[in-house]
Design a protein around this ligand. Structure first.
Ligand code: URA
Length: 297
């Protein structure tokens, strides 16, 4: 017989699930009763997400292999409420612009990690075509981006614009975002927990935009998106199959995308000799997307 849900408990469960959602956990499943000992054992729901909880607990994981799964359990009372309230709020919205706005509103005046109190002026959400086939993901905003509220508007941004132009397209035709949305003080590399806290919002952006290809700019973006640690040499030169961790797109036809890794434009400014290598990466992306470079290249 189905049990009715006490309104207090329902509110508490909804709050708990929102908490998991904010950590990037969206998938919940029921642990079969037969697995549990004792007659009074209440059914439980288990939420699972690769890496995040283990990472937060300080587990460095194995260098090249996906991190261990982490699971959390909680009591379940009604069968399908989890499927309803565990969905990302933008899931029922078909217009990607509106869906991105919902994610931005959800982010609010974010205080989820320490970056909010380390001098950030504003959150740098992302910019570009909400239906872009091609997405670029950098590391985190610098001083110029923090000032303007837009990713890649400083010197590295100028170079990224040139790289996009060399592919025969305009900046407005792609979507550009970062792993962390707040400027790390002194442009330091974002900490792993800051990446883990912020990246669920990026995953939701990706699931809304549904790109065909993501280009990870630099090691921080590559390692966070791929949940693996390796050198740029090892990471570049091939495509990865990418699905946003813990998130479902509202389009069943979108089953993830390809991900390529290239050098961060700021690195290329420091070592311009690597530009040729970066161009090879972009040509690989262009072939995948059926794009032709403008004549003269
Ligand atoms: N570097 C990044 O990684 N992102 C920006 O938005 C600017 C510089």
């Amino acid at each position: 017989m189905p049990r009715t849900l006490d309104p207090e408990l329902r509110r508490a469960l909804a709050a708990r699930i929102r908490y998991y959602n904010e950590m990037g956990i969206y998938d919940f499943y029921r642990q079969p009763l037969s697995d549990r000992k004792g007659e009074d054992a209440a059914p439980v729901v288990v939420a699972e997400q690769e890496s995040k909880v283990a990472e937060r607990a300080g587990d460095p994981g194995d260098e090249m292999s996906p991190r261990k799964s982490a699971a959390v359990a909680m009591p379940i009372v009604e069968g399908d409420i989890f499927e309803v309230i565990a969905l990302q709020p933008e899931q029922s919205v078909s217009d990607p612009l509106k869906a991105l706005k919902i994610i931005r509103e959800d982010l609010g005046d974010c205080t989820r990690c320490v970056l909010h109190k380390q001098g950030r002026k504003q959150i740098v959400f992302g910019v570009g075509d909400p239906k872009a086939e091609l997405m670029f993901v950098g590391e985190g905003p610098g001083a110029d981006e923090d000032e303007k509220g837009e990713p890649f508007v400083g010197r590295a941004g100028q170079l990224l614009n040139n790289m996009i132009k060399a592919m025969g397209i305009e900046r407005e035709q792609v979507y550009i975002a970062n792993i962390v949305k707040c400027r790390p003080p002194g442009n330091r590399t974002p900490e792993r927990d800051e990446c883990a806290t912020c990246s669920p919002f990026l995953m939701r952006q990706i699931a809304v935009i549904k790109p065909k290809v993501i280009v990870a700019l630099g090691a921080v973006a590559a390692k966070t998106l791929l949940a693996m640690s390796a050198s740029m040499m090892q990471l570049r030169g091939r495509f990865y199959d990418f699905r946003p961790a813990g998130i479902r797109s509202n389009d069943p036809a979108w089953d993830g995308c390809k991900l390529a890794v290239t050098y961060h434009p700021a690195f290329l400014l420091r070592d311009p000799r690597q530009k040729g290598e970066a161009w090879k990466d972009l040509q690989m992306v262009m072939r995948e997307l059926g794009m032709k470079a403008p004549s003269g290249r």
